[in-house]
Design a protein around this ligand. Structure first.
Ligand SMILES: Cc1ncc(COP(=O)(O)O)c(C=O)c1O
Length: 402
């Protein structure tokens, strides 16, 4: 008997009797056809990438681990802490504490949760650059904090003088970004660290993207940038393995300098199999496979492996950036610090260019006034060449229509 799944309302209800797996798989194949795939090379808008092959294997193998119940999965919980230690050592603090969480959003929320709880100020304020990820809007909304956004300097970094002026007795935290979502810019974390120390304030660094790139810049011959726990004002760092760390979604990281921060958000879980347990994450039930996979990837790739990946992404970034500079109608928004390229134009409407690229199947982001291209580990030279060819054709057709 051939079972057909048609696109009518019956397919939208749970079938009375289950369908064979092959039927469902083929239906899925059809239904998911319109998704982008990393292998196509057309995804240039995402800070995530195709997970490493070894990561897929490990993740699949340990899929049932649940870190929400460390009394049942104590060995996974130990591996999570070892993962945090390894990430801490990458960010200049092997004694950092924290968790492998669902991503940068959760990590940023947890950081501000700790900052708020440590300060004891009611209705506190948090200072972020306007370039900060919107997860800080979510965090402040949830935590009843007021978000103060300050402008950028000419290098697209948070204007530290403006941050200083924004300080009030209600300020509980300052956030610096080490790899902005839009342009991959790194704020002057050193100056923010001094500002935080002088004013006894919590400093959180959002290195969701940069955490797996910046530690390797110096060795690769690029100007090294201070952004991590080496700076004594830094209290916490977001670093996402599911971005440049090549881990499968979900895998984020929140690292704290000190146990007083983790303790400030620690809750008792009263019902686990070994009695009361402390928990310092937003989620209860959470993936143990994610933490185990990050552990395995860090061990498998090592610093040299990650450095090679960053090297290749940066080389492609510079290939693209140099080519963009050769195109009359396009300009770089700023010189790339990392593998993110902002492209603007004085002569053509980038919204039109964006729409045309979309029609040609490219996944590119449109920010206010510029296109953002992220060169991730799945991107190859041929993809950059194809993009440049399409860009040239699109510009030509826009100009000839004028
Ligand atoms: C700098 C930065 N922080 C936080 C996030 C949020 O991360 P996620 O999407 O994993 O929640 C992003 C996402 O791109 C980001 O670029």
């Amino acid at each position: 008997m051939r079972i057909m799944l048609s696109n009518n309302s019956s397919t939208l209800s749970i079938p009375e009797h289950g369908l064979p797996q092959n039927v469902i798989l083929s239906e899925l194949e059809t239904k998911l056809e319109n998704d982008f795939g990393y292998a196509s090379g057309k995804i240039l808008s995402s800070m995530c990438t195709s997970p490493h092959r070894f990561a897929r294997q490990v993740h699949q193998k340990y899929i049932e681990k649940n870190l929400g119940d460390p009394s049942l999965f104590p060995a996974s919980a130990k591996l999570e802490q070892e993962t945090v230690t390894m990430l801490g050592s990458l960010l200049s603090n092997p004694s950092a504490l924290g968790s492998i969480v669902s991503g940068g959003t959760e990590a940023n929320i947890i950081a501000l949760w700790a900052a708020r709880n440590c300060s004891k100020i009611e209705h506190g304020q948090v200072i972020v650059p306007i370039s900060a990820h919107y997860s800080f809007d979510k965090a402040c909304d949830l935590l009843n904090l007021k978000l103060i956004k300050v402008n950028l300097n000419k290098n697209f970094q948070m204007d530290v003088k403006a941050a200083k002026r924004a300080l009030t007795p209600k300020t509980v935290a300052i956030v610096g970004v080490a790899g902005t979502t839009g342009l991959g810019v790194v704020d002057s974390i050193g100056e923010l660290s001094n500002l935080a120390l002088e004013n006894d304030l919590y400093l959180h660094v959002d290195a969701a993207f940069g955490g797996f790139v910046l530690p390797f810049l110096g060795n690769l011959g690029y100007a090294p940038l201070d952004f991590d726990f080496k700076l004594s004002g830094v209290c916490s760092i977001t670093v996402d393995p599911h971005k440049m760390g090549l881990a499968p979604v979900h895998a984020g990281g929140i690292l704290f300098r000190d146990s007083k921060f983790t303790e400030s958000i620690s809750m008792n879980v009263p019902y686990l199999s070994e009695g009361q347990q402390k928990q310092s994450t937003l989620l209860g039930t959470r993936s143990g496979a994610s933490a185990v996979t990050v552990w395995a990837l860090l061990k498998h790739l090592g610093r040299v492996g990650y450095q090679k990946i960053v090297k290749s992404c940066l080389e492609l970034t510079w290939t693209l950036a140099n080519e963009i500079q050769q195109i009359n109608d396009l300009q770089l928004v700023t010189k790339p610090t990392m593998n993110v390229v902002g492209v603007k134009s004085d002569t053509v409407d980038v919204n039109v260019v964006f729409q045309q690229l979309k029609k040609r199947g490219w996944g590119i982001s449109l920010f206010e006034g510029y296109l953002r291209i992220v060169i991730m580990p799945h991107t190859k030279l041929e993809h950059i060449k194809n993009l440049l060819e399409d860009l040239q054709e699109i510009l030509h057709s826009i100009k000839s229509e004028k």
